[in-house]
Design a binder for this molecule. Structure first.
Ligand code: 2M8
Length: 518
């Protein structure tokens, strides 16, 4: 299917209406994710919202990120929700009970888990806009980067340490909500091991009251598991080590890892350009090291047969083979040009955006050719405009502007009715979930602004970065006894056998120091 440029009238209508939605969802210093279903500030939503707002107002976009940072925990974690005002949203602060956590921030109530690190990607986009505009906008944005550099670095470092204690190069998530793709089939297998216990406090869902059809939302059984994991986080006082020892859900997430790698490279770029982060703390170098480690982890997760990256269940050691959008994580972090080309073709081809049943050739959350695909069920097939934006961004950055533009034009066609829905039925094109969703309006603005991509900075894959494993280590690894908690699917970790992490969880290995690129 070919899609064409929107007309001048359509562009005018869409940008006006998108701006109106964001204005209506603006609560002063922050933007609610949607007016009814999500009446608070969500972490990765805020990143997308900020980059959309930047096309209209750089100062307001920076304020969005500043607000988000006000919720940062002492650990560096940016929480997935900031509850600025009371509402009927469930689970609210009384369920999260973050007062049990020493690291919680003062002055704002938050949830106790996190979401994908899109923020520095948004910030670099805002800086790009500000520099195009020049003058006060540029000064403000550059000053903001200087002011907040260490906070972003702390956020990334949190993910790289507390959430990857054994240096696998995959960020560990403790709840499906941390992936942003709540009930994705990516998580079906790990969720099968999540067993809500009778002592879990009872609950009444509030989300179903805000959607036309309950089948568009996760089921009650799924919700019970979500709340049980929340309970496990509370009972371990939001201490990641304690949760890792007892929690039911511990998974290495490839998309979060790829975003961390890409964002860390961008943070290092900004630090270098502005001459910050090079001091005693070595923030630029730390960022580059994080980027290398997680790019390595993502590329190592790719199934050579499908060309898609895979999540890793760290409880069972199984790779999770699901044809979900997260499989395109390598496109997001780059590092292997042949794989980038393969993923570009796959993405535009008949299993994905080019599938014959799709109303619009836009990135679906699950391949329509997969047995796991469901047209109407939350993250099991429908299209999220922000995912499409992410793929277009990744293609642009990988030096594929034509492919990126195809996704951009298709994405704009999908949004032409200006409902700015939370997500879209991929076969009929029907709008689903919440209406006037902030991040959808925001990416419409970004797509409409259609900037020229920032100068391409190719990320070269240096084979010297790959952790090495000697034949002796490989044999030792092969011969090492396995137990139920030992991932059998990590044969190429480059780790030395014999050092088991605490609590018997994770592979019986410790990482080799990574080599510096030559
Ligand atoms: C959805 O998640 C929330 C829980 O965090 C929910 O269903 O209540 C997801 O789509 C998530 O990715 C998104 O950030 C959030 C707000 O848009 O809604």
């Amino acid at each position: 299917m070919t899609v064409s440029q929107p007309s001048a009238v359509e562009i005018g209508l869409m940008s006006g209406r998108a701006g109106y939605v964001l204005r209506a969802n603006d609560r002063g210093a922050f933007t609610v994710a949607s007016p009814t279903l999500y009446p608070h500030m969500w972490s990765w939503d805020a990143g997308f919202v900020a980059l959309g707002i930047a096309t209209v107002s750089v100062p307001r976009a920076l304020n969005e990120l500043r607000s988000l940072l006000s919720g940062q925990w002492a650990t560096g974690m940016i929480p997935h929700i900031l509850f600025h005002e009371p509402s009927d949203y469930f689970p609210g602060p009384e369920r999260w009970r973050t007062q049990v956590a020493a690291a919680r921030p003062a002055g704002v109530l938050t949830s106790g888990i996190c979401q994908p690190p899109i923020h520095v990607i948004a910030l670099s986009r805002i800086l790009h806009d500000a520099r195009r505009k020049g003058g006060a906008d540029q000064e403000l944005a550059e000053e903001f980067v200087r002011e907040t550099f260490d906070q972003w670095l702390a956020w990334h470092s949190y993910l790289a340490t507390a959430r990857d204690p054994y240096s696998y190069g995959l960020v560990e998530i403790h709840h499906g909500w941390e992936s942003g793709m709540d009930d994705s089939p990516r998580w079906d297998s790990p969720y099968a091991n999540v067993h809500p216990q009778p002592d879990m406090p009872p609950f009444v869902r509030a989300d179903l009251a805000h959607v036309a059809d309950p089948s568009q939302r996760p089921t009650d059984a799924e919700y019970a598991r979500y709340l049980w994991l929340l309970e496990q986080k509370v009972r371990t006082r939001y201490d990641d080590t304690a949760y890792r020892a007892t929690g039911d859900f511990v998974v290495g997430d490839v998309l979060v890892s790829a975003l961390l790698a890409a964002a860390s490279d961008l943070l290092a770029d900004m630090g270098e350009e502005l001459g910050i982060g090079g001091g005693t703390a070595g923030g630029v170098e730390q960022s580059r090291a994080i980027a290398r480690r997680f790019r390595t982890g993502v590329l190592r997760s790719v199934d050579p047969r499908t060309g898609l990256a895979r999540d890793l269940d760290l409880r069972t050691g199984q790779w999770l083979d699901v044809e979900s959008a997260a499989g395109f994580a390598p496109l997001v972090c780059g590092g292997d040009e042949a794989l980038t080309r393969r993923q570009r073709d796959l993405l535009l081809g008949p299993r994905w955006c080019g599938h014959s049943r799709l109303r619009w050739p836009v990135m679906p959350s699950v391949s329509p050719a997969s047995p796991a695909f469901r047209e109407q069920t939350y993250w099991r097939g429908p299209q999220w405009p922000v995912l499409n934006w992410l793929m277009a961004w990744a293609l642009n950055r990988s030096g594929e502007p034509e492919a990126a533009n195809q996704l951009r034009l298709a994405g704009l066609s999908q949004l032409i009715d200006c409902d700015f829905a939370e997500y879209y039925q991929p076969v009929t094109g029907e709008t689903l979930g919440s209406r006037d969703q902030s991040w959808t309006a925001a990416i419409a603005l970004d797509f409409l602004a259609a900037r020229r991509p920032a100068q391409r900075r190719p990320v070269r894959w240096l084979t010297s970065e790959l952790p090495r494993i000697t034949p002796a280590q490989r044999d030792a690894h092969r011969d090492a006894p396995r137990d139920a908690h030992q991932p059998s699917a990590v044969p190429h970790t480059g780790h030395v056998a014999g050092h088991r992490p605490p609590h018997g969880r994770g592979p019986a290995t410790t990482p080799q120091p990574q080599q510096r690129p030559s």
